[in-house]
Design a protein around this ligand. Structure first.
Ligand code: WTA
Length: 640
């Protein structure tokens, strides 16, 4: 079949725009990305598009720009000045609207506040805030003065917050008295206080008022944002930062207990986001764009803040729970603001499926044009439900595969170029300029329909710059597995037509409701409990959340397994990591199945948790221990 030697998009697609873009990106990647970069406003043009010294890619070196300028200032000269930038809705129903000119004013004032607190270019600022407009405002204010923001999801515990602040060496922490979630006020300042006690570098804490709940303020360290704003200046000239200056550090889970501080550049990240949001979502200045993620995750960074604002679109931001006070809250918001692009997770879609279509029928959703999905594989059933019931068969489902490390969308249907025929459950093809492939154990291209590892074979502008403070881990986590290729950690297959199907993680990372957690991270938390001697954590498939956390724990010799202790352990994990890591089930066992080299065999544990047969044990890497594992398996089955 001679056709099979052609690149996939030339074999199957009569579509011109996508094909042309792919062709150009392949023939001359630097010219291609240089042209994309030229669509942004630079203070100084780059000297070189790409400097690639594996594993480090430096994009647009020599160029100077500012992300806050791109997201805000550039919209002030024309009609966008007075158009909506942010539609914000609080959980109790309060609302705020910010035009681009108002956003500009707020970003400048907050930048002035940060400067007066002594924040300088390159300093790290930790943001631990609820979903309020101040979160993007502080991010943009940091970018304006060249400070590096690190957003910590407000569902994380004091310990998790402290760990991240210590790792980045954050100088200032920005938080709130609290935030609303399902009708309750979450005591963010109280959690932040505990974290700051453990944080070595934090000198000042800025507190915004959201819930008005009483909080303690430490004189000389803690400041109310409202007070600081009283003397703030209204103009802070945006710093001309180098393209390779870090825009932010965002922590994500890997295969060890310590989260990785993923570092993104200003130039590459902004260029990449600007391009891919147009390609995949066809975003425009008149789009009303709602990404339901929390800004605390990478999806929120790119899809709530930097990409939509760079386009001058209007973004919708909602503070609270999706089903509060009623399960049609989201559809009410879509109708109210006339959302045109809606972007959410498969977990949310499956939850709404469970609630039933009647909740959607109450609302006019005809403004919707494009629907997106992200964070975990979407099962065809959920895809079809989304397509029929939310989009009324009018809107394409843009299933977007990407990661914290990739900075933005990598594999997704290109609705803004020309749409490929969609297949429910497939993210379709890599976007232009992305050289993704599926390879076998040896790094050779996998055959069609053969499961392999998803890799990226060429650098792309949104690629992470590294792991903050840990170059060795950057090398081993991403570049040592396959020579010359970026290892994503995901399993995938390509079908006979070249469509990509992402099958989930191949490593010890789990995805609970789309939230990325490391099993090692949770194990560390479990064994920090005084009753526990040893522990193993696995993710168990769940019909709604994708995966849930299951804990196996061996107690210390003198400890008695009780139901109360199970509850205590669950609470202990909530306190150590945050509510998102709360286990679905805790099993007390006397032994854990291990290989000779001492590696816990999660496959066996997973099978036990799922109540299915463990499968062929003879393929274990350490065949000598098969009998032992079998014995442990039989014993465990009885215990669980
Ligand atoms: C998973 C989220 C299947 C994947 C943007 C990846 C997906 C991890 C998809 C990154 C998708 C994300 N289909 N799986 N469309 N999108 N994933 O860093 O396992 O929070 O490696 O970034 O989520 O999670 P992260």
């Amino acid at each position: 079949m001679p056709g099979l030697s052609l690149p996939f998009e030339e074999r199957y697609w009569p579509f011109f725009k996508y094909r042309e873009a792919c062709k150009r990106s392949r023939q001359d990647p630097e010219a291609f990305w240089g042209e994309e970069a030229g669509k942004l406003e630079w203070f100084k043009k780059w000297d070189r598009v790409l400097e690639w010294e594996p594993p480090y890619a430096r994009w647009f070196k020599g160029g100077e720009l500012n992300a806050s300028y791109l997201c805000v200032d550039q919209h002030l000269t024309g009609w966008r000045r007075s158009k909506v930038a942010i539609y914000w809705e609080g959980e109790p129903g309060d609302t705020r609207l910010l035009s681009y000119s108002l956003l500009y004013r707020e970003v400048n004032r907050v930048a002035s506040v940060l400067k007066k607190l002594g924040v300088e270019k390159g300093d790290r600022v930790a943001l631990y805030l609820p979903m309020v407009p101040e979160l993007p405002i502080f991010m943009l204010a940091c970018a304006r003065i060249g400070a590096i923001h690190t957003v910590i999801f407000s569902g994380f515990s004091a310990q998790s917050l402290a760990d991240r602040m210590n790792d980045t060496g954050a100088k200032v922490l920005v938080t709130a008295d609290g935030g609303f979630r399902r009708g309750k006020a979450i005591p963010l300042k109280e959690i932040a206080d505990k974290a700051v006690d453990l944080a070595r570098t934090v000198e000042k804490v800025v507190v915004m008022k959201r819930t008005q709940q009483p909080v303690s303020m430490k004189p000389g360290r803690d400041f109310w944002l409202d007070d600081l704003l009283k003397t703030a200046e209204t103009l802070v000239v945006p710093e001309h930062v180098e393209a390779t200056h870090p825009l932010f550090i965002l922590y994500t889970s890997g295969t060890t207990g310590k989260p990785k501080g993923i570092m993104h550049s200003t130039g590459g990240y902004m260029v990449f986001n600007h391009s891919v949001y147009q390609w995949a979502f066809d975003i425009k200045e008149d789009s009303v764009y709602w990404c339901t993620a929390d800004v605390g995750w990478v999806t929120g960074h790119s899809s709530i803040v930097y990409a939509p604002l760079a386009y001058g679109a209007a973004l919708v931001m909602y503070e609270g729970a999706p089903d509060y006070p009623e399960v049609d809250r989201w559809w009410e918001i879509v109708e109210k603001y006339g959302v045109t692009i809606f972007y959410t997770s498969p977990t949310a879609i499956r939850m709404f499926m469970k609630f039933g279509e009647q909740w959607l029928k109450k609302h006019d959703l005809t403004t919707l044009k494009v629907l997106g999905s992200v964070g975990e594989p979407i099962n065809p059933e959920a895809w079809l439900w989304y397509y029929h019931n939310v989009g009324n068969q009018r809107c394409p489902i843009i299933d977007t595969w990407w990661q914290t490390e990739t900075g933005s969308l990598m594999i997704a249907p290109a609705a803004g170029l020309d749409m490929p025929p969609l297949k429910p459950g497939s993210a379709t093809f890599p976007l232009p300029g992305i050289d993704a492939d599926v390879v076998d154990e040896q790094g050779q291209p996998a055959r069609p329909e053969e499961r392999g590892y998803l890799v990226i074979k060429k650098p792309w502008p949104g690629m992470l710059m590294g792991i903050y403070g840990d170059p060795q881990r950057y090398q081993t986590a991403y570049w040592d597995r396959f020579k010359g290729m970026f290892f994503t950690g995901d399993y995938a297959v390509k079908d006979r037509e070249g469509y990509f199907w992402i099958l989930g993680r191949s490593d010890e990372v789990i995805k609970v409701a789309g939230h990325r957690l490391g099993t090692a991270e949770i194990e560390d938390a479990v064994i920090s409990h005084h009753a526990v001697a040893e522990s193993a954590v696995v993710g168990k498939p769940d019909p709604i959340k994708g995966e849930v956390v299951i804990i196996f724990a061996i107690l210390k010799a003198d400890r008695v397994p009780t139901t109360a202790l199970k509850g205590e352990l669950a609470e202990h994990i909530r306190t150590a990591i945050g509510p998102l890591a709360t286990p679905e089930q805790v099993y007390f066992v006397s032994k854990l199945p291990k290989t000779r080299s001492g590696k816990i065999m999660r496959r066996v544990l997973k099978a036990i948790a799922m109540g299915v047969a463990v499968g062929d044990l003879s393929t274990l890497e350490d065949a000598a221990s098969v009998d032992e594992v079998k014995k442990a398996y039989e014993e465990l089955k009885k215990e669980v």
